[in-house]
Design a protein around this ligand. Sequence first.
Ligand SMILES: Nc1ncnc2c1ncn2[C@@H]1O[C@H](COP(=O)(O)OP(=O)(O)O)[C@@H](O)[C@H]1O
Ligand SMILES: [Mg+2]
Length: 237
Amino acid sequence: MEKRAKLYEGKAKILYATDNPDCVIQYFKDDATAFNAKKKGTVDEKGIMNNAISTKVFEYLGQNGIPTHFVRQLSDREMLVKKVEIVKVEVIIRNRAAGSLCRNYGVTEGRTLSAPVLEFCYKEDAFNDPLMNETHILALDIATASEIATIRELTFKINELMKKFFLALNIELIDFKVEFGRHKGEVILADEISPDTCRFWEVGTGVRLDKDRFRHDLGNIKEGYQEVLKRVTGKAA
Ligand SMILES: Nc1ncnc2c1ncn2[C@@H]1O[C@H](COP(=O)(O)OP(=O)(O)O)[C@@H](O)[C@H]1O
Ligand SMILES: [Mg+2]
């Protein structure tokens, strides 16, 4: 696999072309941002940990019937993925109240939700990733009705699978964000699944094992990611 030109540098990853036009390399950086990049920093070895965690989660989801962009891990910071045209919505599921749900609706952090909440946000940093509903997505030609239906169905399935996966590691999946893309006419799961994109609370203690340690300066940021990595891979970091 030959690594070619840099295609895009985002906040947490860099995409490179390869000699295969259907595949790109995702390179995981240590850069961390929060609150729509108003807060910036780095977390030592975050890229290595997120690549390894994402690899495990994509493998598990793939084995359980979720179509994903994951092809294989290439190195400690590089993952080979199918190239997609990203659907410009961030898809969020919330199992317990945290983050913007608390801010937007005046809800106490940690409140039990009677049913999972599905949210769509327009993936556009310039506009602060605003919440949108399915009629916005259709009206603005961001995705078709059939693509939205697929995304909804896949995201709820991903939620059930991930809740089970992490609960077995004594981690409660509070919420997560996923992105989908179009590849050869099919909508598949893309981007990453890691402590940058999920809220993970240790069962029993409620200890935060995710990017909230960085967002809210809780300390031991790297240790939180390492703990997730250790549980997901069964190995010490
Ligand atoms: N398989 C893929 N093919 C093409 N683009 C992808 C794929 N997976 C993720 N992306 C996009 O690549 C970028 C990854 O870098 P990231 O640092 O997360 O960027 P951003 O700052 O835009 O969130 C994102 O914009 C994401 O939507
Ligand atoms: Mg991103």
